[in-house]
Design a protein around this ligand. Structure first.
Ligand code: HEM
Length: 527
């Protein structure tokens, strides 16, 4: 049962907005008012050295972080408020405002919700997601429909549900068994070779994350090999297709109606069918109350929940894999930090909220990971009405109706002005977990938000589940292995989320062995 979608219809209100904007656009007057004055960026800037054009097209869409970067090209030379707030405007189109000012990101996120005149989550960058998962999901819906979706599908994720002592103990145990069992396979490989093994850890992390989600959380019983061989590749394909589909499929033709004329389309259809089969499996144990379904006191039909289950499967897999992969990648580059985490987790046998509180350095590593390398690197918004926003320090900005907004969390979080030496004691572009020690007491604490799980009403409902999974996986890897990055730096690749470009390629050895004994052995997944 693939998501059904009607082809887009011309929107009269949008047309009226275009006409309303046009006279101002033709004389190039800024659409914004207030004491924050966004700076205009040129559409074309040949010879400027700018990394790419400030909009996605078929030749640059696979480098979204560079597209965002191009908005802030030479911005550091600017002194005014446009340094962290820029816009692109082409006559006939809505302006695109890009913000890397945490105070303004906070103000706009706080005002994103279902109330009249609040910002929407902009659906433009996620049309591909909607075509793959359905429009009636928490991620895609806006206004009253979003509120309805939230009521329908989030109760099992709430901290009060997940962290009820009895409930949590059982849940954590199955999670831990899954992680331990999968890492045991790597241990055996190391024992067999008797030497460090060179391995890409991201595929291992991804398979464990999907297993925890499908079997432990949704209570299904899918064998690990099937998860790894069948479902992980299909979901990867669906997620890759989402990105291409958003940029290239401008006509919005649903995959369902496309003929299998190319190998690519046939492959995309196969992957989508496997994704549907996995959604069936996740829903199948609802009747017997398997996994967290027992907490799901809703009379909504399976059909009404289906889009959200698809979002939870694909979105949670993507976000948790990204988060845990980055944490392991950073620790692989910073072996001193890795050893400090080991000192904390070596004695931990269960990952409860209490034991996690007793491992503050692991907590700092995870915070620092989300700050420097957030999984969701921008948050899209759209102004549904002419709106004033105000930062905690009283700076104001008037954003006209219809504006598209990109909250550029990636660049905000690594800018020296916001997270640098003056504010946190450490350079913003470096991975330094120690930055978080005592930070809550600093005078700017309220403004030091990294937005790793979002902010305001559209905050991530899967935060507690995700944090538990990531802490468990990272803690268990550090407990068992010592690992070193093979490449000296850690560039990012970005699609729906960000990930380390090398797939977390590390030399792995068991803890307790002396480092660098022999040359590493290559495994299949390192090729
Ligand atoms: C641990 C890794 C995760 C990270 C870093 C993460 C990050 C985020 C962020 C930043 C947002 C807000 C986006 C915005 O403001 O536009 C968000 C929203 C969301 N997340 Fe997560 N997430 C994670 C795990 C999960 C999990 C495990 C689930 C579900 C099983 C989930 C489901 C959702 C949904 C449905 C939304 C949309 C909420 C709404 O609009 O009301 N996430 N996530």
């Amino acid at each position: 049962m693939e998501p059904r979608e009607s082809p887009p219809r011309p929107d009269r209100a949008a047309l009226a907005d275009r006409l309303r904007r046009l006279p101002r656009q033709l004389v190039r007057r800024s659409p914004f008012e207030g004491d924050i004055r966004p700076t205009r960026v040129p559409l074309i800037a040949f010879g400027s050295g700018r990394p790419t054009a400030p909009f996605p097209h078929p030749w640059n869409y696979h480098e979204p972080i560079r597209i965002l970067e191009s908005f802030f090209w030479n911005a550091d030379a600017e002194e005014g408020t446009g340094r962290h707030c820029r816009f692109l405007e082409v006559a006939g189109f809505a302006p695109v405002l890009v913000v890397r000012d945490p105070g303004l990101i906070r103000a706009i996120s706080t005002k994103t919700g279902a109330q009249e005149g609040q910002f929407d989550r902009d659906t433009l960058p996620s049309v591909g997601i909607a075509r793959a998962t359905g429009r009636d999901s928490l991620l895609y819906a806006n206004g009253p429909s979003w509120k309805h979706q939230k009521k329908l599908s989030t109760p099992p994720f709430a901290r009060t549900t997940l962290f009820q002592p009895e409930q949590f103990g059982e849940f954590e145990k199955t999670f831990r068994q899954t992680v331990r069992c999968r890492l045991g396979v790597l241990e055996t490989k190391l024992d067999e070779t008797g030497a460090p093994v060179r391995v890409r850890l991201e595929p291992e992390i991804k398979a464990v994350m999907l297993e925890m989600l499908v079997n432990n959380f949704f209570g299904a019983d899918v064998p690990y090999e099937e998860i790894r061989q069948r479902y992980v590749p299909a979901l990867e394909h669906v997620i890759d297709h989402i990105v291409t589909d958003t940029v290239v499929n401008k006509l919005g033709i649903p995959l369902r109606v496309m003929p299998r004329v190319t190998r690519g389309i046939a492959r995309a259809k196969e992957a989508r069918a496997v994704f549907e089969a996995l959604t069936d499996l996740a829903l199948a144990s609802r009747g017997s109350g398997g996994g967290l379904w027992a907490q799901f006191n809703s009379d909504a039909s399976d059909a009404a929940l289906r889009s959200n289950i698809r979002v939870f499967l694909a979105g949670a897999l993507e976000a948790t894999t990204s988060y845990a992969s980055w944490a392991v990648a950073h620790l692989a580059q910073n072996t001193r930090a890795q050893d400090r985490v080991y000192d904390e987790v070596r004695q931990i046998s269960t990952y409860t909220p209490d034991t996690l509180r007793a491992a503050p350095y692991l907590g700092h590593v995870l915070e620092e990971t989300l700050r420097l390398t957030p999984s969701l690197y921008f948050h899209p918004r759209r102004a549904t009405a002419d709106t004033w926003v105000e930062t905690l320090s009283g700076r104001r900005l008037h954003i006209p109706k219809g504006n598209n907004i990109l909250l550029d969390v990636w660049h905000a979080n690594r800018h020296e002005d916001h997270w640098g030496v003056a504010r946190t004691g450490h350079p913003a572009g470096e991975f330094v977990p120690e930055r978080w020690e005592g930070l809550e007491r600093c005078p700017h604490a309220k403004e030091l938000l990294h937005f790793g799980f979002g902010h305001g009403p559209r905050f991530c409902p899967g935060k507690h589940l995700g944090q538990l999974e990531v802490a468990l996986v990272v803690g268990a890897i550090v407990q068992l292995f010592r690992f070193r990055a093979v490449t000296p730096d850690n560039p990012a690749k970005a699609g729906v989320s960000t990930k380390p470009a090398d797939g977390v390629l590390v030399d792995l050895q068991r803890r307790g062995e002396s480092p660098g004994r022999t040359e590493p052995t290559l495994t299949e997944s390192a090729d």
